[in-house]
Design a protein around this ligand. Structure first.
Ligand code: NAD
Length: 296
């Protein structure tokens, strides 16, 4: 058996198209474009690439992009002052502070300054708390993107056994909350879990968010399971001096057993920015006091 490939790239393109199609309606109602502000501190090359592509995608969706690039000497107080200025700026519906932040700047202190109504990354405790108690919340982009792919593939998730590997605040925990909300029976596995292969073998849905290249093997999977691979790991390629991207799942062995699987790259990765645009549009509608468009 060879698993179906879940095409996250195509789904993400569709979502971006639906967001772009909904923007003119917002502009007609409010007289302004939805706006996303991205704050980058320092020169981290990967972060620079992410910020650039977020800015481009925002403009391509017909929204306003505000980029704030600050030197890595920026103090916590200076960064907080920038966030406060964005909180007060009515043109800004979403604020994203690109992580990681330089040493000496407390991420929690900065994130807790973001107006929860503009917290399109969904990292503020108000939003994670709302998600935990089942209230309407801005939900972290990557796990929400994973859920969209799962629902697109499986439809109703009620009663399915789901194992989330990883318990980070950014992916694992919100992923588990989302699956619980869909009435899955959810297990969160992590670095201290005993006999991880046996835990994973129970699962109809496996979400791997670990950061360990090709850790989950095909013989850990229940035949027919749906596998969502969040991992992005750079490993040496066959050609000397080159690298390639792999997930947390050993794709070659997993696709022999799984029913469906996301590839790396081209699976979960492209969903993150698409959901960021979706969250920005949803935040903009909520701030303007108008209902969010359907189908997002
Ligand atoms: P993290 O380092 O914050 O968390 C990793 C989790 O994995 C921890 O909870 C830890 O307990 C668990 N873990 C570590 N070793 C383990 C082991 N041997 N067995 C079981 N569990 C183990 O990482 P994160 O921010 O949640 O990211 C996880 C992965 O997802 C990384 O590869 C990251 O690059 C990727 N990621 C991708 C996207 C995307 O857009 N596709 C977004 C965020 C993160």
């Amino acid at each position: 058996m060879s698993a179906d490939i879940i095409d996250g790239k195509a789904f993400a393109e569709g979502l971006r198209g639906r967001v772009a199609a909904a923007v003119p309606g917002f502009v007609a109602k409010t007289g302004r474009k939805p706006g996303l502000a991205v704050v980058l501190v320092g020169e981290d090359p990967a972060s620079q690439v992410y910020v650039r592509s977020k800015g481009k995608a925002t403009v391509a969706a017909g929204m306003e992009s505000f980029e704030h690039k600050l030197p890595d000497t920026t103090t916590q107080d200076e960064l907080i002052a920038v966030v406060e200025q964005l909180n007060a700026d009515d043109r800004v519906d979403g604020i994203l502070v690109q992580l990681p932040l330089p040493k000496g700047v407390d991420e929690k202190a900065v994130i807790s300054t973001i107006d929860p109504a503009k917290d399109v990354d969904g990292f503020h405790v108000i939003n994670s708390g709302k998600l935990a108690v089942g209230e309407e919340a801005l939900v972290p982009c990557t796990p929400l993107g994973c859920l969209m792919l799962l629902k697109d593939r499986l439809g109703d998730l009620t009663g399915l056994d789901a194992v989330v590997i990883g318990r980070s605040n950014i992916v694992g925990k919100p992923m588990a909350q989302l699956l619980l909300k869909e009435s899955c029976t959810v297990t969160i596995a992590h670095s201290r879990t005993r006999d991880l292969p046996a835990v994973v073998r129970r699962a109809d849905i496996v979400v791997a968010a670990v950061g360990r290249p090709e850790m989950v093997k095909g013989d850990w999977l229940k035949p027919g399971a749906t596998v969502i691979d969040v991992g992005i790991n750079r490993v040496p390629a066959a050609e000397e001096g080159k690298t390639r991207l792999v997930g947390d799942v050993d794709f070659a062995s997993a696709r022999e057993v799984a029913g469906a699987i996301t590839p790396v790259p081209g699976g979960v990765g492209p969903m993150t920015i698409a959901v960021l645009l979706r969250n920005t549009l949803v935040a903009a509608h909520a701030r303007a006091g108008i209902g969010a468009p359907e189908g997002l």
